[in-house]
Design a protein around this ligand. Structure first.
Ligand code: PLP
Length: 389
């Protein structure tokens, strides 16, 4: 019964009761191969024993204290992330949009504290997605997300993703920062061009502008690197991470270098739940697994395998499948029939779950623990669907 739930979503009738690895099991016992991971969330699959054990153990000890008090697991997670990334300081939140809110505030606050109070404008990219809060929809500027909610521009501008001239044209004396996804997810899987990204960094440095990466979807080993920027050779000033870091438990983090993070002092920002003992214990358990070099290598190998199998499929069915894109286990394929129609047949007839993305594409975001056999199984179903269309 969904009558008492706001009609923001339109889920199908199927009701999942359990999850095991790469599979979801419905109330009638049917098993579904899950290449969605709850949109890049269940990074270690459903009910990974290491994460379940950590959560159960913490649940018996302490759930919540608020940030009025020290949180041991949050301190440990922040130190580990600082060692593994460019960042010096972290702010823990509960969702990707919230982590982005923190990052956007930090970008503006940096200039404010440095006496450059006119620098309030932040440039977002076409086809981007940063969440559903007022500021994050304004940052992406996508009319579908903004309509009826954004009466003005909230000091956000947009530039064309991948086009350095468009970014140059959008920059003014009032620009505080630039936000982009190193691998765009919702807009269709698009990996940022390395040269373009280097030019973006240079342009920011030349103009005293901060650079913020949204790795809410592409972070936490999904790209085959702990964070995708590590493969792209450009460091941001601020980076946001969510989804996979909690593997299904609400946890997000806004990371910043000291130059920016030092301005987020007492009174500037806060969160009741952000970084609580349960969430950050889970985050540490996830990090135990995903930060191992062998794990990251396996994600890259399986991602390459998935992409090569999809390219074979596109050669075999050129009227159905088109361009394959992505990195690691964040992969998309353009399709000719309506992507939503294909998704429904895959789900209802073949019990394979995938995600739609912009540019009429299908998105594959399996648990990072997916096996090659499960990838083969996806490909078989995609071939059968192609025969039908
Ligand atoms: N940023 C990106 C790149 C995302 O893909 C998403 C969610 O899909 C978000 C931000 C928003 O995250 P959340 O839904 O946890 O607020």
């Amino acid at each position: 019964m969904r009558e008492a739930i706001m009609p923001c979503y339109a889920p199908p009738a199927v009701l999942f009761k359990r999850g095991e690895g790469t599979y979801l099991i419905a109330d009638n016992g049917d098993k579904y191969l899950d290449f969605t991971s709850g949109i890049a969330v269940n990074s270690l699959g459903h009910c990974h024993p290491h994460v379940v054990a950590a959560l159960k153990n913490q649940a018996d000890q302490l759930w919540h204290t608020s940030n009025m008090f020290r949180v041991e697991a949050a301190e440990r997670l922040s130190e580990r992330l600082a060692k593994l990334t460019f960042a010096d300081v972290m702010f823990f939140a509960n969702s990707g949009a919230e982590a982005n809110e923190c990052g956007l505030k930090a970008v503006r606050r940096y200039h404010y504290d440095n006496g450059d109070k006119k620098r309030t404008r932040i440039i977002g990219m076409t086809n981007s997605f940063h969440g559903r809060t007022i500021a994050t929809v304004a940052a992406s500027g996508n009319s579908g997300y903004c309509e009826g909610f954004i009466p003005n521009d909230y000091h956000f501008d947009q530039a064309e993703f991948g086009n350095i001239d468009s970014l140059k044209a959008a920059i003014s004396d009032n620009t505080a920062g630039v936000i982009l996804e190193p691998i765009q997810g919702e807009g269709g899987i698009t990996v940022v061009d390395k040269d373009y990204l280097r030019q973006v960094r240079q342009l920011c440095d030349d103009n005293g502008i901060l650079l913020m990466f949204d790795e809410v979807q592409c972070g936490v080993a999904r790209s085959g690197y702990l964070y995708a920027y590590q493969a792209l050779g450009v460091e941001p000033d601020v980076l946001t991470s969510a989804k996979g870091i909690g593997a299904g438990f609400p946890l997000a983090v806004c990371m910043a270098n000291a130059k920016v993070g030092q301005h987020m002092v007492v009174g500037t920002h806060g969160s009741t739940f952000g970084g609580n003992p349960l969430a950050t214990t889970v985050g540490n358990a996830v990090l135990d697994v995903v930060s191992e070099p062998e794990f990251l290598q396996a994600v890259s190998d399986k991602g390459d395998y998935l992409q090569s199998r999809l390219r074979e499929l596109a050669e075999r069915y050129p009227t159905i499948y088109g361009e394959v894109s992505g990195m690691g286990l964040m992969v998309g394929i353009k399709v000719t029939p309506t992507n939503g129609d294909m998704l429904v047949v895959l789900r209802d007839k073949y019990h394979v779950l995938v995600v739609k993305a912009g540019g009429n594409s299908l998105r594959f975001l399996p648990p990072l623990t997916v096996s090659k056999k499960e990838i083969d199984s996806l490909i078989e179903s995609l071939a059968k669907v192609a025969d039908e269309f």
